[in-house]
Design a protein around this ligand. Structure first.
Ligand code: PLP
Length: 407
C-alpha cells in the first residue's frame, strides 16, 4: 500500500517548509556571482594564493601511500594532533579527545545548534551576524533574543547580561570573536572575560565561532574565549579561510564527554568526515607548510585591507562610516540612513558591474535590519582591482545619493 499524507501532515510540512526559508545569501549569489563583476561580495580567499602545488603534493602522497584513502574512515588522528598544536598558539589548551572534526565550520555550527537547541528555545545572538547561523537554527524555530552589536566594540555585553538577569534561558549565546562576519571587528579582552563570566554565572554555553582568528594583521589576536573556559565555551574553527575551503576541514572543541553525542548527531546526515580532504590537510601540515602560508596570506591580506581603507577614504562621502578590521576578511561600511544597500547593490551591478553584500543579509529575517550597511571583502581582489572597484562603487553611490536627495 502506498502511504499517503493526510492534510494535517501536509500542513505540518508546509509549516516546516516556511520556516526553512530559502537562503537570502543564495539568492544574492545569483546576482553577485556574475563572472563579469568586480565582486567584494563573498568571503573568499585570494585564488592565486591558494597553496595548489603543496596541496597537490599532499593529496598525491595520501593517494600513493594510504590504501584506505578512498575508504570510509575514522576521524583523522594526526589532523587532530596538528590542530591541538595550532590551537595552543592561540592559548587554547585542549586534548585530541576534545577536538571533534567536521565538514567545515558550517557543519560544526549546525551540529552544535542542533545539539544545544530544542525546538522553540531561545538563542542570544547579535542583531547582525553570520547568515549561516540563521540557516542552522531556523528549522528549530527558535526564539531569537537579539542584542545590539556595534561595529567598533561588538556584541553589547550589558544587553546580554540584562537578558539573562531578566530570566531568559537561552540554549546558547552565539558570537564571532575575531574578524566578525559581517562587521569585521574583534572583541576586546575585557569583553571576552565578561562574556565568559556571564556564561558561567548563568550556566549558559557560548558558541564561539573563530573562523577568522588566525587572519590577524596588527600583531597577535587576543586569545579566544575558549582559552578562558573549557566548560561553557563551544569553540568552532575551520581551514576554509586560512588554507582551502574545498578541503572542508572544520572542528569543534568540546568537553570529551560530549563527543559521542555529537558523533551520533553527525552520523544522522553525514556518515564520514571528508576523508580525502582531511587526510590531505594532515599531510600538508605534516610537511610543515602552514606557518609560511599563514605569513604570506597575512601579509598580502594586510596590504589589501589597507588598500581598501585608503580607497574608501579617497572616494566615499564623508557621511559614510567604516573601521579598519584587525582580523578577518571584511570591512563593514555604514552609509547615511536613507540608503538602502539592497537597492544600491542592484544599481552597482547594473551600472558599474561592482558587487558587495548588503547589510540586510545578516539581519534576523523579519526583525530590525541593517539596511544601510554594506560588507566589503578585501581578501579576494588584487590591490589594483580594489582601488578601481571602490572608485566605481563610490560613483554609483554618489548618483544614488543625488537621486535620493532630489526626490
Ligand atoms: C563566521 C563564519 N562561520 C562559519 C563559516 C563556514 O565556514 P566553512 O567553509 O568552514 O564551512 C563562515 C563562512 O564564511 C563564516 O563566515
Amino acid at each position: 500500500m502506498v502511504a499517503t499524507m493526510d492534510s494535517a501532515g501536509l500542513t505540518a510540512l508546509a509549516e516546516k517548509t516556511r520556516t526553512v526559508q530559502g537562503s537570502a545569501l543564495r539568492d544574492m549569489l545569483a546576482l553577485v556571482m556574475r563572472p563579469d563583476l568586480q565582486s567584494f561580495a563573498l568571503g573568499l580567499p585570494a585564488p592565486e594564493l591558494l597553496p595548489l602545488a603543496d596541496c597537490r603534493a599532499a593529496a598525491a602522497q595520501v593517494l600513493a601511500g594510504d590504501p584506505e584513502a578512498l575508504q570510509y574512515h575514522l576521524p583523522c588522528e594526526s589532523l587532530k594532533s596538528h590542530l591541538r598544536q595550532l590551537l595552543a598558539t592561540r592559548g587554547i589548551d585542549c586534548t585530541e579527545k576534545q577536538i571533534f572534526l567536521t565538514t567545515g565550520a558550517q557543519q560544526a555550527t549546525h551540529l552544535v545548534a542542533n545539539f544545544l537547541l530544542s525546538p522553540g528555545q531561545q538563542v542570544i545572538m547579535e542583531e547582525v551576524t553570520y547568515e549561516g547561523l540563521h540557516l542552522a537554527i531556523q528549522p528549530l524555530n527558535p526564539e531569537p533574543l537579539i542584542v545590539p552589536t556595534d561595529p567598533e566594540t561588538g556584541i553589547d555585553i550589558d544587553a546580554v547580561e540584562e537578558q539573562l538577569e531578566r530570566g531568559a534561558s537561552p540554549a546558547f549565546i552565539y558570537t564571532i570573536t575575531d574578524g566578525h562576519n559581517p562587521l569585521g571587528r574583534s572583541l576586546s579582552v575585557e569583553a571576552r572575560i565578561r562574556l565568559v563570566e556571564l556564561a558561567r554565572r548563568f550556566r549558559t554555553p557560548i558558541v564561539e565561532d573563530d573562523v577568522f582568528g588566525f587572519l590577524n594583521y596588527d600583531g597577535p589576536a587576543s586569545p579566544p574565549m575558549r582559552s578562558l573556559d573549557d566548560e561553557w565555551v563551544f569553540y568552532i574553527g575551520s581551514f576554509s579561510k586560512i588554507l582551502a575551503p574545498s578541503l572542508r576541514v572544520g572542528w569543534i572543541v568540546v568537553p570529551a564527554a560530549l563527543q559521542q553525542a555529537l558523533s551520533s548527531l553527525k552520523q544522522a546526515s553525514d556518515l564520514d568526515i571528508t576523508t580525502l580532504g582531511h587526510l590531505t590537510a594532515a599531510a600538508y601540515l605534516d610537511a610543515g607548510h602552514l606557518p609560511a602560508h599563514l605569513a604570506t596570506i597575512r601579509s598580502e591580506y594586510r596590504r589589501r585591507r589597507d588598500a581598501m581603507v585608503r580607497a574608501l577614504e579617497a572616494n566615499f562621502p564623508s557621511a559614510a562610516r567604516w573601521s579598519t578590521p584587525s582580523c578577518g576578511m571584511f570591512v563593514w561600511v555604514e552609509l547615511p540612513g536613507e540608503v538602502d544597500t539592497g537597492e544600491l547593490l542592484r544599481a552597482a551591478v547594473e551600472s558599474e558591474s561592482v558587487a558587495f553584500m548588503p547589510g540586510d543579509i545578516f539581519a534576523i529575517p523579519g526583525l530590525p535590519r541593517s539596511r544601510n550597511g554594506m560588507r566589503l571583502n578585501f581578501t579576494h581582489s588584487r590591490v589594483e582591482d580594489i582601488e578601481e572597484g571602490i572608485a566605481r562603487l563610490a560613483k554609483v553611490l554618489r548618483k544614488f545619493l543625488h537621486r535620493d536627495f532630489s526626490c
